[in-house]
Design a protein around this ligand. Structure first.
Ligand code: BGC
Length: 784
């Protein structure tokens, strides 16, 4: 491009001029410029080149064409805009009425860009899709991915997703979802990284890097869209789309960090959320969209609404479509997803003086800039290379990564008497409605559900177990027999968001009898139970987060046989597992593992991979405890079992069944006490905390060594502890290693009552260990 040719001309001139001393000086200067200053200059040059291009383009655009850029309309909605058929959708694109749309297949997307190239100004279209945990090669649901505690693997999953999606013409993904949530009733916890803002931030960064790579204009990088901005994960009672209400301190310290982290690493776009923020829907919140996002954080990408969230502001009580569309633009929203509010009403609002041309220009410019950064103006077909789908999608290497990452995402919750790993011999009964399911292995948000699942759990156990293993299997139960839940799981929408439930007509007793019968001469029973893909994700909140009764009855019958039972859980959220924890000897949390589900589960069950996943969301004992999360505040009356008037329940302990950071291994680890290099520090010093970790078991294994900090005395009440670092360490049996952490005042910072981000001198505790509730502590003082 222009910059590159400048570069080579400068070099040529320099070679010719080498003899002349003055020119020699110029040459040295040029070389210095090229190697030292050019990268910085290059950045500016690129952005000014972009400014010139976009300004020039905008000077040719009519108001209608600008409003077209602000309009995301896909499928039927696009057709509604222009009439009623797909033809009309194409003509809406040709008329410049659609700036962005969706797209599932290469041909459809190509058709869209063809239509855009016939529009007056030939402005290419953004093609957005919910590529949430893979495009065709599906990785574990994001909650599972976060349990890997491995940013490299998480980034790799996003990289592969971007390569596959971009090979089909997609250039923009509505991911990552970085909403912190403490409520497992909310079905969308499946799409996020759990309850911790620090780890949530690291995952967000890894995902953005994976999607966007180093250069957005590369043919295999796509633009990320950080969602749902903001606070959507705090929906009251875990009911989707519900009200959110929280203090600014909680917002800034506990919910906003992952969004900010994503923007800080250069996320190109954001999606506004459905919920209220201080009484105003996020989509109409100037405080969030402008004051926080633009002014405080300096975000320069564009913001799209969530699906029809402008229109929904009418239900929130903010006025008719025209009023709320103006409210959204004034708040700082740039693009309207599916609502037709911007394209339908902003012109009139401008004439009425409710919005200005400048505001429309600002939004339009941000969207055109996104297209520019993606390289779409240089070539609208950048993402439409016909040779790519074949060579880039569902490749052997991608499937290998899916299997590896899925195995890393699994969390061993219980393993009494070394029930696991299984031996590669004898007879295994694999039982349960999820044992032979394919679609449910993919979990929620899989847009192209072509049943490309390589292995069910039964297949995986056969593949990995090999010839020495005899496998028998039975369904044993329907996912649920509860009429209310069943109705939801059989709706056509359930099929769109997951898998439509299919029910057997045999009675529950008949199905259980068959399962027990095939298990009688088995050496071990593997029960594959939990939630179908439609039971978590969007619009999939549950008030009861038990394993459904039909499956629990099956499990009870299997346990009664007296055979060792391994419970493999497939699910999209923490479940309440008190009975299972008491009665089943081994429990493996496998989430929805993706395309390579069965093989990955079997790798773990047979010990070919020693599990090292750790929970990123607490598993409550009962829904009555929710919200239960590790980084809570202290109360004025901390729980004391011997004092009635302290903060507790009469019928249950306060703590969760399985805490944040928890997860077992087939080996055991021993931690030494925590050693500090100093116990008193000042200013910019660095504290070093060291533990010695020993693998005291029989097999090699990885341990996630976690570091938490507490700030017991401060100007505001601080969480009892906060995760600030971790290291994942691989050790051979008998091997020991010193694990060293460096702590600086950056790790002590928080937002105070004035919302200033700083640290306060005083007493602190550092705690290192296996999980948020099994730690060794040391104290230190940090002075200003
Ligand atoms: C969801 C978003 C999603 C969008 C587009 C909405 O209903 O809340 O997460 O990206 O639809 O599919």
């Amino acid at each position: 491009m222009k910059i590159l040719s400048n570069k080579s001309t400068q070099l040529q001139n320099a070679c010719v001029a080498i003899a002349n001393p003055y020119l020699k000086f110029r040459l040295i200067k040029t070389v210095l410029l090229l190697f030292l200053v050019f990268p910085v200059f290059n950045l500016f040059a690129q952005s000014s080149e972009m400014d010139v291009f976009v300004s020039d383009l905008m000077s040719k655009m009519t108001l209608e064409e600008k409003l077209g850029q602000l309009n995301l309309a896909s499928g039927n909605m696009g057709a509604v805009l222009a009439g009623s058929s797909d033809d009309k959708f194409s003509s809406a694109i040709m008329n410049g009425e659609i700036g962005a749309t969706g797209g599932f297949t290469f041909d459809a997307i190509k058709g869209t860009q063809d239509a855009a190239m016939k529009s007056r100004l030939q402005i290419p279209v953004l093609i957005g899709l919910d590529v949430i945990h893979g495009y065709k090669t599906i990785f574990p649901i994001p909650l599972g991915l976060s349990c890997t505690w491995d940013t490299k693997l998480i980034e790799k999953s996003a990289r592969i997703a971007a390569i596959e999606a971009s090979a089909s013409g997609v250039n923009w993904t509505y991911s990552p979802m970085v909403d912190i949530s403490r409520d497992p009733r909310w079905g969308r916890v499946a799409e996020g990284s759990g309850e911790d803002p620090w780890w949530g931030s690291k995952v967000a960064e890894a995902m953005i890097k994976g999607y966007q790579g180093d250069d957005l204009s590369d043919e295999n990088t796509i633009m990320a869209c950080v969602k749902h901005f903001a606070l959507y994960g705090a929906s009251e009672a875990g009911r989707d789309y519900n009200t959110v209400d929280m203090s600014h301190l909680t917002m800034f310290n506990e919910y906003l960090p992952p969004y900010k982290a994503a923007f800080d690493v250069g996320a190109g776009s954001a999606m506004s959320s459905f919920n209220l923020i201080d009484g105003i829907p996020a989509t109409g919140s100037k405080f969030m969209m402008t004051d926080v996002l633009r002014t405080r954080w300096g975000f320069d990408g564009f913001v799209v609404t969530d699906y029809t969230s402008i229109n929904e502001m009418t239900n929130h009580g903010l006025g008719d479509l025209k009023t709320v569309s103006a409210l959204a633009l004034n708040a700082g929203i740039d693009m309207d997803m599916q609502g037709l509010g911007f394209i339908g009403t902003l012109k009139e609002s401008m004439e009425d003086g409710k919005v200005s041309m400048e505001q429309i220009d600002v939004a339009c410019r941000r969207i055109l800039e996104a297209k520019y950064k993606l390289g779409l103006f240089e070539n609208a077909y950048t993402y439409l290379d016909e040779s790519r789908p074949e060579k880039d999608i569902l490749t052997e290497a991608n499937l290998k990564a899916a299997r590896e990452i899925a195995a890393h995402s699994m969390v061993l919750l219980k393993n009494d008497n070394n029930t696991l790993p299984l031996q590669k011999k004898g007879k295994i009964a694999v039982v349960g409605p999820l044992a032979t399911s394919k679609g449910d292995m993919l979990g929620t948000w899989v847009m192209i559900r072509e049943e490309k699942v390589i292995s069910t759990v039964v297949d995986g156990i056969k593949n990995v177990g090999g010839d020495g293993v005899e496998v028998v299997s039975a369904k044993g139960a329907n996912i649920t027999d509860d009429p209310y839940l069943k109705a939801g799981l059989k709706s056509p929408y359930a099929a769109f968001m997951g898998v439509k439930m299919e029910e057997e007509q045999r009675t529950a007793a008949e199905m259980i009898a068959e399962a027990v019968n095939i298990s009688t001469d088995a050496d071990v029973i593997v029960a594959v139970l939990g939630e179908s893909a439609s039971m978590s994700g969007e619009a999939a909140s549950r008030a009861d987060i038990n394993i459904p009764e039909s499956q629990k009855d099956l499990l009870k019958a299997l346990v009664k046989t007296g055979k060792p039972v391994v419970l493999v859980l497939i699910n999209g959220r923490p479940l309440t597992l008190e009975w299972e924890n008491k009665n089943v000897p081994a429990i493996l949390e496998a989430w929805a593992p993706g395309t390579e589900a069965g093989n990955a589960i079997a790798d773990v069950l047979f010990g070919d991979y020693n599990p090292a996943g750790k929970l990123t969301m607490s598993f409550p004992r009962s829904v009555g405890q929710i919200p239960v999360y590790y980084n809570h505040k202290n109360t004025g009356r901390p729980m004391d079992p011997n004092n009635k008037f302290t903060s507790k329940y009469l019928d249950l302990p306060n703590d969760p069944l399985y805490p944040f950071g928890y997860g077992l291994s087939y080996t055991t680890f021993v931690y030494s006490d925590v050693k500090l290099n100093k116990s008193e520090l000042a200013g910019n010093e660095t504290l070093t905390a060291t533990v010695t970790l020993t693998n005291s078991g029989q097999v090699a294994g990885e341990e996630v060594v976690q570091l938490y900090i507490s700030d017991p005395v401060a100007s505001i009440s601080r969480p009892v502890k906060e995760l600030k670092s971790f290291q994942k360490i691989m050790l051979q049996p008998g091997e020991s290693r010193e694990v060293i952490f460096n702590i600086t005042t950056e790790d002590l910072k928080f937002y105070n009552s004035e919302l200033i981000y700083d640290w306060e001198p005083g007493d602190f505790k550092v705690a290192i260990g296996v999980s948020s509730s099994d730690l060794k502590e040391a104290k230190f003082i940090w002075k200003k």
